[in-house]
Design a protein. Sequence first.
Length: 243
Amino acid sequence: MSYIHYENFRIRTSEINHRKQIHPHQLIQLMQEASMQHTLGMKVSVWDLESKNISWVLLKMDVYFYRYPSLGEITNVKTFPSGLDGFFTYRDYYVYDENGIICATASSMWTLMDTIERKMVKIPSEFGSLVYPSEELLPKPSKKLISPAITEEVSFIKVNFLHLDWNGHVNNVQLVKMIFESLDTDFHQNRILKTLSIQFKSEATNGQVLLIGHEYVSKSEVRHVIKNEILNRDVLLAITIWD
């Protein structure tokens, strides 16, 4: 049965930056938590699907940041499945402050993965009943691929146990955090993230060494890549726009 899920979060000290505002990746973490609670309520979470040997995989996400909530503020995350198209399903997110003013929005594209054969499977038709019939849908992430960054600056990180999620793979928010961590401190001190377009290409697991690189395309645009060099496989591609 379709319905909109709402969840409130108070911004904590562990989630804020030097401006006392929530970090971008922490705001995405709140969105992820709200959507996980929603799938649990609809009985289509990763654990509900285990017996069918299928699991949800996030493919793309476009995030727009309008205002970053500050320490102690209560934010409300609204989320719902917003579409179904063959192998792909979509989910929208809206983040509001205590006065109902929009702080961020995100649209995302998902698929189902056969956990044994490691390939995409068509979304079951009965899942169409979970899509909420809203008139305020966000633009869907483009199916067009993001161009890889020509890496100007590179760092490396070895995946450890605390990077992993319930599936035993590096959590999507951890990957987003890695691309932000690769940027210089001065950049974070003086710039504010406005948009993030991200494409998840493959999974990363414990013990792998990941290359994190970025390219400054312009004063405001940065392209990012996370790559498993040993397997010669992109894990993540992203574009960020900054003020």
